[in-house]
Design a protein around this ligand. Structure first.
Ligand code: 4AD
Ligand code: MG
Length: 450
């Protein structure tokens, strides 16, 4: 290990690559890694990264002591280094600056015979996922994680600005929220517990205590299907509001999604550019979003089938599959809200439409460009009797829901909420093919390592 890591003994200011612009003309210290290097005769062009960006260094043989030149010349990719150099503005440089290197201290050198496994050549996705702990260092992956972080910050700000209280639901739960087919069982001493599928039932309780609440945490579904949209562990943000009905919920969802997209466009343009996102597609994400009923959506699908754009004919009463969602969302330039689904395809806790009780007061937000469902939500059943009936119809253990039924006994009110899986939102906003790149370490059907 290096002995000069302490900043206090450095004669020059320690800075980050993203803020070198404040030090133009000065000598600074950057602590990071060698990303890559080029050589051209007596010049070396090491590119350094430090987690905030990339900067190209210039090392001229006749301008530095021979040991500095040799150290850089023999430096291997991803070796950790502390670099001292003079910041020089250069219009041609990607970040606008270059570093005239004066000194390089190698903190740890990656051995030549066991080089960094991820190179600039194409790797297969399995290889990359197997090396995810290293893959996250590459600029595109780092940019995606920065966008994800911005989305998380934006959503907290959104709810905080609207006087929501964040309440954290449990992860270990005694019963299903979203149906029993995707539960992960856990031994809980003498009892059977399950990893939570959604915090919803618990934040319904806190909503009746505090009015407007939200939760954000990991949720788990034993999804046995391999799709581009499904993880077994994903992070869900869920608002829940007392005295809110379906129309208000749709307005909240629309405002929420627009806020997040606007924030990413405002603060994370450079990252979106690294990712290669077409920004014009995001610029149209503004309220109002089109709202169509399930009936209208079915009609769209049937027309699509008649035109030969969809293989199977969709029958009223079924749940939308990925190709259906893709087709519906592709008809609009911004997210579309589909509301009032047949109760039979939705969860047990949804309020029936008083005008057509076979429908649930549910809404899904489908993202454009074929991304499909990013949000699912509903108004919740307010009646004690109806809820008991639904729990029985869904073959759920009524004993485990005793506390949940209490919420309908003691001051029941209309209330509504939704959940957004943030990996789906990141995939759409970044324009990615698969949710596996939206989370630092994805958990999927055949992926538990690293
Ligand atoms: O539509 P879902 O199942 O709704 C609920 O869980 C409700 N309890 C939420 C609520 O009303 N508070 O899931 C909500 C969202 C989906 O729209 C999707 O974005 C995401 O969670 N999601 C998944 N994301 C990744 N992988 C999976 N396997 C997902 N399942 C759902
Ligand atoms: Mg859903």
């Amino acid at each position: 290990m290096s002995t000069t890591l302490q900043t206090s003994v450095e004669p020059h200011p320690v800075t980050t690559i993203s803020s070198v612009g404040r030090h133009a003309g000065e000598v600074v210290v950057i602590r990071g890694w060698l990303y890559n290097k080029r050589e051209s005769g007596k010049l070396l062009f090491p590119i350094f990264r430090d987690g905030t960006g990339l900067i190209q260094g210039v090392v001229a043989k006749n301008a530095v002591p021979p040991e500095v030149f040799d150290a850089v010349k023999s430096l291997t990719d991803e070796s950790s280094v502390i670099v001292t150099g003079k910041v020089r503005a250069d219009e041609r440089a990607p970040g606008g600056y270059e570093l005239d290197v004066q000194r390089v201290e190698v903190v740890q050198r990656v051995p030549e015979d066991d080089p960094f496994p991820i190179t600039r050549k194409e790797h297969g996705v399995d290889f990359l996922m197997e090396h995810r702990h290293l893959w996250v260092r590459t600029p595109r992956q780092a940019a995606i994680l920065r966008v994800r972080s911005e989305i998380e910050k934006a959503m907290h700000d959104f709810f905080d600005d609207r006087d929501f209280t964040r309440t954290d639901p449990p992860i270990l739960t005694p019963a299903a929220c979203e149906g029993t087919s995707t539960l992960f069982p856990v031994d809980y001493f003498e009892e059977q517990a399950f990893l939570t599928q959604s915090g919803q039932l618990y934040i319904e309780a806190t909503a009746l205590a505090l009015g407007k609440v939200y939760s954000f945490g990991p949720t788990f579904r034993a999804e046995k299907s391999k799709t581009r949209r499904h993880l077994t562990e994903f992070w869900m943000v869920e608002p829940e509001v007392a005295y809110l009905e379906l129309d208000g919920l749709m307005a909240l969802a629309e405002e929420f999604v627009s806020h997040i997209v606007a924030r990413v466009l405002e603060r994370r343009r450079p990252e979106l550019q690294i990712i290669g996102r077409d920004l014009s597609k995001l610029a149209s994400v503004k309220p109002p979003f089109p709202r169509i009923s399930y009936d209208d959506a079915v009609q769209l699908l049937q027309e699509g089938h008649a035109k030969g754009e969809l293989e199977a004919k969709f029958e009223w009463g079924g749940d939308f599959g990925s190709p259906d969602e893709t087709y519906i969302s592709a008809q609009f330039d911004r997210p579309v809200i589909v509301h009032r689904y047949p109760a039979q395809v939705k969860a047990f806790y949804m309020e029936p439409d008083p005008k057509r009780p076979e429908l649930a007061l549910a809404c899904d937000v489908l993202a454009p460009e074929g991304y499909g469902e990013i949000i699912g939500g509903s108004q919740r059943t307010a009646s004690y009797e109806l809820l008991v009936q639904r729990i029985q119809q869904h073959n759920l253990p009524i004993e485990a829901f005793r506390w949940y039924l209490d919420l309908r006994k003691y001051g029941s009110v209309p209330h509504s909420g939704f959940g957004m899986g943030i990996e789906r939102a990141v995939a759409w906003i970044c324009g990615l093919d698969h949710v596996r790149e939206t989370i630092p370490f994805a958990r999927m059907l055949h992926r538990l390592y690293p």
